[in-house]
Write a protein that binds this ligand. Sequence first.
Ligand SMILES: [Zn+2]
Length: 471
Amino acid sequence: MSALEPVIGLEVHAQLATRTKLFCGCETRYGAPPNTQVCPICLGYPGALPVPNEQAIELAVRAGLALGCTIGRASRFDRKSYFYPDLPKGYQISQLDLPINEGGELRVGERVIGLERAHLEEDAAKSQHVGSQTRVDFNRGGVPLLEIVSKPELRSPAEAEAYLRELRLVLMTIGVNDGNLEEGSFRCDANISLRPVGSETFGTRVEIKNVNSFRFVRLALEAEIARQKVVLGSGGTVERETRSWDESSQKTVAMRGKEAAADYRYFPDPDLPAIALTDAQVEAWRDAMPELPAARHRRWLDAGLTDYDAGVLGQHPATAAYFDAVCAASAMSAKKVANFIQSEVLGHIATDGLDATLPVPADALAELLDLLDADTIHGQAAKKVFGLMVEEGLGAKALVQREGLAQETDEGAIEASVRAVLEAHPDQVAQYREGKTKMIGFFVGQVMKASKGKANPKAVKAIAERLLEPN
Ligand SMILES: [Zn+2]
């Protein structure tokens, strides 16, 4: 059998970061007691009339603009009918023929992955199975979602994982989604099939439902590729079905087969008018678009950061903004700022959704880094001062003075210390002059020790080398 290649498409459900639901004024706050954020509209009472949430529409369009979609100037809501206890109306309001965003693309590393669409829909409620009971929490019913459907252009599980990470970062950067996987704000279904390399037709695809971590998406796809290879390799055929990822066995397991494939009887929702958008509105949102992660990454590489640095600092929009603010306020090079933030500061930054708690303000960190950059303090002292700044909330200059951490830069004083060390160690001086020039580290160390770390090590080394030259 010829070699097989995976064909992967992803459907992401991203919760739009609105205060209220898609068609009513109920709040969307996560973790509220069950059934406390509900009303006749989101509980599907007969005769209740939905009213579209303008903020949800704006966020959906902003996502579409960031993803290069064509924005529908007259998109429409449709009813997707099916029965389930978490769907009291008997239908979900979604978009079929006229989605708010069509087409688009997402750059993932060197590849550009095409998008089919990114449409609005409401979330269903949440069922919870407790013993023999099933309980339904309707707080989540009616929460606004953007369903972003990729073309089947991903070719490996690792690429699928990278796509999800990049998509999440883009949506967080524009403030459309809080990226919180644990709370279900960003969920993914994956479609996967195999076909012979070079073939243009698709194999039978399997859908893997609701995988809630990026790592699990990769593992589930890897397991599913292995399973399908075994089926096809033994002359069998892959069934079109829905499977789920079982973490304990590290396998995908069948959920429901083809016989359950539903006809949703989509039709336009008669209670909801078309969403009309003017060019002026769309262009105003486009103009307000912040710098996107890919452009920021390139800008940072041009400023001297490594690909790794840029990846780490760009992981969260708040960290990225913090790094840019420190660079803007400091004379230090971007690369040195990046090094200090990665080694000393990142561990103190706590993020929660789009929010972040920063240990010290950007201008306070810039003040410290400028002292380091001007050789007023050395690296070890800067780390100590940073720790004190975090603990005490005081400024760098005040702490350097209080702790007596400013480096000795007076050449005369340093020279006197070096002379004292050389006089105290005649044997080592003799060894150095006989050619063991590595001894220089010993002399610098002794001077640093005598000065309690305050002497400028570069100046100490230069002066010691001068004084050690044969007379
Ligand atoms: Zn409601």
